[in-house]
Design a binder for this molecule. Structure first.
Ligand SMILES: [Zn+2]
Length: 89
């Protein structure tokens, strides 16, 4: 049986099996990142609020919070705007 949800599970499983060989974004809490698509409010600056199986992001344009699956985040990631570490110095 092939349904979209089964396919999705296979993709997630493959992602974690191949994870060691793939580029996973080395992101940390407090970093400000740019994504492939801007938020509907027009801003494309996201502060990383939570890391784990999914990534919690706060839109710096309107303050709204979203959550992305880790692999969606890695696919949509388009670069760092500020690193949390730089702010400390
Ligand atoms: Zn926004």
């Amino acid at each position: 049986m092939r349904t979209p949800s089964n396919l999705h599970i296979v993709c997630v499983a493959l992602y974690y099996l191949l994870g060691d060989f793939m580029d996973v974004v080395n992101v940390e809490i407090g970093d400000v990142v740019k994504l492939k698509k801007a938020h509907p409010c027009g801003a494309n600056e996201w502060e990383v609020a939570k890391l784990g199986m999914d990534v919690g992001l706060t839109c710096l344009g309107c303050g709204r919070k979203v959550r992305l699956l880790r692999y969606d985040f890695d696919r949509r990631f388009r670069g760092f705007l500020r690193r949390y570490r730089d702010k400390q110095e």
